[in-house]
Design a binder for this molecule. Structure first.
Ligand SMILES: [Cu+2]
Length: 519
């Protein structure tokens, strides 16, 4: 496949078809399936999918194919455009759902190790949230049943097994999940050939084109694993031909640990219209956009008026490595711990990078104006003075990243991690440096309901801050070194055990994750 054609093919109107895949060799509901949250026999799905995780090979670089792990999908019931395969990519199919649909996904694990899928950003019952205790082994199947209650937006799915999330995502297991609804439809945003979906990841390859991942070396785990090249939808720095028109560009940072400060190489107008949890109320005009692991952004981009053959690059701008945090020992020269900074990546956080290129062709698009009003928020958005406040420290102690002073344990829930269904609390994520100088910017993700970022205070001058979009509903918020970020969250109505964690996947796998129990 011509790499240049990849993004063109990715324009959603041209995606078609689904990938057939082998059925599971065995099928069983895991014993841990809690009966009180199982939808049970009365559940009649509007959409039913078989999603299989299995080893595969894809062409990423010229020469030998790369061995990956990959989700493939088969539509068993529902609208024909529900699954859209990304040609030539290791990414899973794009899953398009509508708010209100009842969905059943049969996840078939054909990997040689345990896995489970998390629907990142969706508010689903406990049994459908992909908690690591629900992971199933090779040849087993896990059945998800949930109703899509989320607003229209760009969500994604990825594995969530105990201590192996980083490795499994890195091997290729991830996909985009789009939710559509009537409110979004009314805006008539650019679609089809002018809607681009871009999953940004970084990877490292050996001389035989095989993926290189860390070998559990402590410094790599503490920093988070960084690749030395950027892939978009599984292809290195692709170029795609686009109409000289307004485009909707949906970005997902599905990297294990890299933070991007995204900007366009030409002076084109960019309006941020959405984030993790769907559309903002009003568009936001900005030059640069900070996107941390787990986060999404929804943009409108004006390419009208550009001459044919103009290249517009999406770039990650330079920023100080320390802005993303720095693992270093004060007593050992202030940084680097003897030169082991940044694991074994030659491309540390903050290195300027080209992400992808859009090349204009002659065709003009339909006339379009950025809507002044994008969406309206429900009552949960209103500030709740007097809501209980919980302070959650982000710290490094005893060679571990901790949340609230604790590390992950499979079923462990502290009293302050027990919350009433549908109740509202303010959680203050406080990113504290320790005397050894160990610090990092942590993207904190909460499962269940989307939250509202109230404010961020403290911290030192940081060039990433100007690019952070805190507006709108969020499920992942970047807490810079030294900062305190306050979020207001109204918890899911579904009782059960949910997770909150750092979305630097090495931090999560090391235990920077905790349960909260909704009662
Ligand atoms: Cu972290």
């Amino acid at each position: 496949m011509d790499r240049r054609e990849l993004l063109r093919l990715l324009s959603l109107s041209t995606l078609a078809g689904t990938v057939a895949c082998k059925g599971p060799s065995a099928s069983a509901r895991p014993a841990a399936f809690s009966p009180e949250t199982t939808s049970g026999a009365g559940f009649v799905p509007d959409v039913e999918l078989l999603l299989t995780a299995a080893p595969d090979e894809v062409a990423v670089l010229p020469g030998a194919p790369t061995r990956v792990w990959r989700f493939s999908g088969r539509l068993l019931k529902g609208p024909a455009d529900t699954l859209q395969t990304i040609p030539g990519s290791y990414l899973g199919p794009v899953i398009r759902l509508r708010r209100g649909q009842k969905v059943r996904v049969r996840f078939a694990n054909q990997l040689a190790e345990d896995s489970i899928v998390h629907w990142h950003g969706l508010d689903v019952p406990e049994s459908a949230d992909g908690h690591p205790r629900l992971a199933v082994g090779h040849g087993r199947e896990y059945v998800y049943e949930f109703e899509v209650t989320n607003r229209a937006g760009t969500y994604w799915y990825h594995p969530h097994p105990h201590m192996r999330t980083g490795a499994q995502v890195y091997q290729g297991l991830a996909g985009v999940l789009l939710v559509q609804d009537d409110e979004e439809d009314r805006l008539a945003l650019p679609s089809g050939g002018t809607e681009l979906l871009c999953v940004i990841q970084d990877r490292q390859f050996d001389e035989r084109n095989q993926l290189v991942f860390h070998g559990g070396v402590m410094m790599e785990m503490m920093n988070g694993f960084l690749g030395d090249r950027v892939l978009v939808n599984g292809q290195p720095q692709p170029t795609t031909e686009v109409d000289a028109a307004w485009h909707r560009v949906r970005l997902v940072n599905a990297s294990n640990a890299r933070i991007y400060k995204l900007a366009w190489s030409r002076d084109v107008q960019m309006a941020v219209i959405g984030g993790d949890g769907g559309l903002l109320e009003t568009p936001l005009h900005q030059q640069a956009l900070t996107l941390a692991p787990g986060q999404r952004a929804d943009l409108l981009l004006d390419l009208t008026g550009l001459a044919v053959g103009t290249d517009v690059h999406l770039e990650s701008q330079a920023f100080a490595e320390a802005d993303a945090g720095l693992v270093g020992m004060m007593g050992m020269g202030g940084r680097g711990m003897g030169g082991m900074r940044g694991g074994n990546s030659s491309v540390p956080n903050g290195t300027p990078l080209r992400v992808m290129t859009l090349r204009t062709r002659a065709r003009q698009g339909a006339a379009f104006r950025v809507p002044e009003r994008l969406s309206s928020f429900d009552a949960a958005w209103a500030p709740r003075a007097g809501a209980p406040i919980r302070r959650v420290s982000l710290t490094f102690q005893r060679m571990e990243w901790l949340l609230g002073g604790r590390t992950f344990a499979m079923a462990d829930v502290a009293p302050e991690e027990t919350v009433a269904a549908g109740s509202t609390q303010l959680w203050e994520f406080e990113n504290l440096a320790n005397p050894m100088g160990m610090e990092a910017a942590h993207p904190i993700h909460m499962h269940g309901r989307q939250f509202r970022v109230l404010d961020r205070t403290g911290g030192r001058a940081n060039t990433l801050r100007a690019g952070i979009v805190d507006g709108g509903w969020r499920d992942t918020v970047l807490v810079l070194p030294g900062e305190t970020v306050r979020v207001q969250v109204t918890f899911t109505h579904h009782p059960g055990l949910y997770l909150y964690h750092c979305h630097i996947l090495e931090h999560e796998d090391m235990g920077m994750m905790r349960n909260f129990r909704v009662t």
